[in-house]
Write a protein that binds this ligand. Structure first.
Ligand code: DGL
Length: 265
């Protein structure tokens, strides 16, 4: 069974892609809403939290895990693979870079993400490696957007305040005349309208949600086999009514959310 892990509701953007592609598949989602945001925390702490989250997913029956969080993908993938050698992991950074570099006209690529993701420079390194393989010159411009995750968790996706904050954060991306913009945080698709309005119209926005789901499907098609009674579980470390509301609004369907204590697993 597929497991998905994120610091909060952001990884539901990957669940949304999964449900579009395979509505009858079984999965379990863990969102660490009690400790979100991860993006301002140190890589060591993010790794410790991610290990707890993944341990919970494995205990719930997950055999392959999508790290549906850029911050965890940027800081913890090797630690997770070393801690859980039997489990197959999928991260969200490589698919996003592949999508950006599949655009033949992309010369300037913008990347927005949490402070921790941007500080790791993982996107710059991954883009540089891929660009060298393709023999292309790509300029990368990054911007950390630390307020975006709390705004998405709060469901403030259409507010004027959110649009103003987006405009400020995305100023360097506009100035650099980016051709493509990677949404380097799984919460950001929720703020797509504000982000779209803050960059030039011709900019291609890149969200890796569908690409990561396709990567899982290609590698392990059996995980997508429709089941008679699909098991689709949504576990949150703080299963508040607000989390339920935001999750349902994003997935556009009623869901049952359950509380889980990952710190004890
Ligand atoms: N969805 C996480 C990401 O992709 C957000 C991290 C956070 O909690 O700040 O980076």
């Amino acid at each position: 069974m597929i497991g998905l892990f994120d610091s909060g509701v952001g990884g539901l953007s990957v669940v949304r892609a999964l449900l579009q592609m395979a509505p009858e598949s079984s999965f379990v989602y863990v969102g660490d809403t009690a400790r979100v945001p991860y993006g301002n925390k140190s890589p060591d702490l993010v790794r410790a939290y991610a290990i707890q989250g993944v341990r919970t997913l494995i205990a719930e029956g997950a055999t392959s895990i999508v790290i549906a969080c850029n911050t965890v993908s940027a800081t913890a993938i090797s630690a997770l693979q070393a801690t859980f050698p039997e489990t197959r992991f999928y991260e969200v950074i490589t698919p996003a870079v592949a999508l950006a570099l599949a655009l033949p006209s992309a010369r300037v690529v913008g990347v927005i993400g949490t402070r921790t993701t941007i500080a790791t420079e993982v996107y710059q390194r991954t883009i540089a490696t891929r660009a060298a393989e393709l023999n292309r010159q790509i300029r990368v411009v990054t911007a950390a957007c630390p307020l975006f995750v709390p705004l998405a968790e709060e469901g403030w996706v259409k507010r004027a305040e959110t649009r103003r904050i987006a405009r400020t954060y995305l100023q360097p991306i506009r100035q650099a005349q980016a051709d493509a913009l990677i949404l380097g945080c799984t919460h950001y698709p929720m703020l797509i309208d504000a982000i779209r309005a803050s960059v030039q119209r011709r900019v291609t926005l890149i969200d890796s949600a569908s690409a990561v789901v396709r990567a899982v499907q290609t590698a392990e098609p059996s995980l997508f086999a429709p089941t008679q009674r699909p098991l689709q579980r949504f576990l949150f470390t703080d299963a508040s009514p607000r989390t339920q509301e935001v999750a349902q609004a994003w997935l556009r369907r009623p869901i049952q959310i359950t509380s889980v204590n990952i710190a004890e697993t």
